[in-house]
Design a protein around this ligand. Structure first.
Ligand SMILES: [Zn+2]
Length: 104
């Protein structure tokens, strides 16, 4: 059953302990990120690959962040168009008032 070539740890605790030690001392570029229980051999291994569930959760958070920014941009452009409209009407009012003075 244990045809795994990876180092197998008996339990989560020792896998995580080793992971912690590796992260403390290793100078390698690719480092293990997490420990997982292997469905083939039943032991615990270390992997540098990210957990798909974690990635999915991050995507969810990113999606809501994008949503939030879109709302903010929309709010801003609505506010901007209101301010522009007010500005234009004020300019028009000044023009109209000035034109009153042009008659002697
Ligand atoms: Zn395994």
């Amino acid at each position: 059953m244990s045809d795994c070539k990876k180092i197998g740890f008996e339990n989560e605790k020792s896998a995580k302990f080793t992971l912690k030690k590796i992260l403390e001392v290793s100078k390698k570029k690719i480092l293990p990120k997490r420990a997982y229980k292997c469905s083939r051999c039943g032991k615990w291994h270390l992997t540098s690959k990210r957990d798909i569930k974690v990635l999915e959760k991050e995507n969810l958070e990113l999606r809501s962040l994008v949503c939030e920014y879109k709302t903010r941009v929309q709010d801003y452009s609505q506010k901007l168009s209101l301010v522009k409209r007010e500005r234009n009407s004020l300019i028009k009012e000044i023009k109209d008032l000035k034109s009153l003075f042009s008659y002697p």
